[in-house]
Write a protein that binds this ligand. Sequence first.
Ligand SMILES: Cc1ncc(COP(=O)(O)O)c(C=O)c1O
Length: 197
Amino acid sequence: MQSAASTPPVYLDNAATTPLRPEVRAALEPFLSNETFGNPSSSHRFGRAARARLEDARRQLATALGVEPQTVYFTSGGTEADNLGVLGAALAAREAGRPFRVGVSAVEHKAVLDAARAVEAAGGEVVILPVDGVGRVDPDAAGEALERGLGTLSVMWVNNEVGTVQDVRTLATLAQDAGVPLHPGAARYYREAGLMP
Ligand SMILES: Cc1ncc(COP(=O)(O)O)c(C=O)c1O
């Protein structure tokens, strides 16, 4: 009989994070091994080489997403992007005289909920949108919150624990009609959407 100790472990948390694909590892290798090393903001040849590779990556992502390269910003990870999408957008709304109020779904990642709490700590308001039994946001609840007035709406595209995919197209249409920016937390979406080359 095989003992538990000799049974190879099975990784079942792919909704949260997936192993690095071999082609990603290969693309990163020149940077990790210092073959192409430099600060992309430096004007010396090392910096210029790093900048060229960074802009290649920006163009590649922009093409996959169907957007202009200058609208793609790189962050150090999901939490930093969530801070921009929630707190940054809420502060911009306040600055523009729009409601200092953010809508977030009840099943958001802690990074989004923490950013929403930061809005509250800065004097703003948070509206929590309810979800159904599978964790999907009710578009009617989102519509009502948008009607009451939001500075920004943040709904994770794909849930990192149970994999629920939100109806982001409907939410985007509602938000666009209300003139409210939508932050579709897409940490898990790139793979789900089949955008990987
Ligand atoms: C939906 C979602 N948002 C935010 C994060 C936080 O990302 P990071 O750990 O890169 O800061 C994660 C991480 O798994 C995530 O799944």
